[in-house]
Design a protein around this ligand. Sequence first.
Ligand code: AFP
Length: 306
Amino acid sequence: MTDPTPVADSGDRADPTVEAVFDAVAATAPEIRAALPGRRVESGTGNPSGERVMAGDLYADELLAEAITAVDGVGSFVSEEREAAVDAGGAVGEGAYAVAIDPLDGSSNLRSNNAMGTVVGVYDAPLPATGRDLVAAGYVLYGPITTMVVADASGVREEVVERETAGDDGGVSRSVVEDDLRLPPDPLVYGFGGRVPDWPDDFTAYAREIEDELKLRYGGAMVGDVNQVLTYGGIFAYPALVGTPEGKLRLSFEANPIAYIVERAGGAATDGEIDILDVKPEGVHDRVPLYVGNEELVERLQAALA
Ligand code: AFP
């Protein structure tokens, strides 16, 4: 494993620890991306949620753990792929942050070569914590272009992440391409996960209405699907399912960071009853149904499920 590469152009942001975390995430992104072609196979191990783990998941987790635990002001590194938090030195909640990571969200898309990403939540409290303890959140999207969306108290921005020179030794640049990302007011797309026969009747009825209004866009990686909603407006859901009312997505690693980003961009996020950011976890690997997007669509969804 190589040392994280230096990052340029990160700009003058308010919280130096938060910026250093996203510098570290950006610095790993080209390396993670470059390593994916040889890591499209299952690793042979499972994660704490009982899912099979791809070799790419493990590689990304190792690289991110190394880069993020080296950041001054980070007290612990908590990963979807690890049972326990990694102690990074500082006291979380007393000046140091806990960084929660889904290293390779949508890694089952490695096989079919579709989009995937890395999700980041920076919490000012030991985990498990609610999303109200987030001070920043973001994600890297490994699409045709590597982009990083970062949300903090100042708003939401989208950056392009690139190596400055060819090869492995150059620095990594972060170039802001949208400095005030807002959900478009006229929604265009929707993407709902889970098998349709497993959807509860009230959610199915809502989906039938939405199908008449918006275009289906579903790629099987939350980061890619939410990025479409942020770009075009709309709604993404991984709903409660018959037999699995908790849905699929993890609160600490997926739902909270995405809710934080979308709410900062002017949208809304719910578990069907309350704001995702108010959901109280019992454990770090808890799952939660997630419905996120334009406020009007999320409010209608909540009314449909009431
Ligand atoms: P993987 O990381 O195992 O590919 O799961 C991705 C994910 O957690 C999330 O990114 C997607 O929204 C959701 O699962 C897709 O699940 P389905 O395969 O059931 O559509």
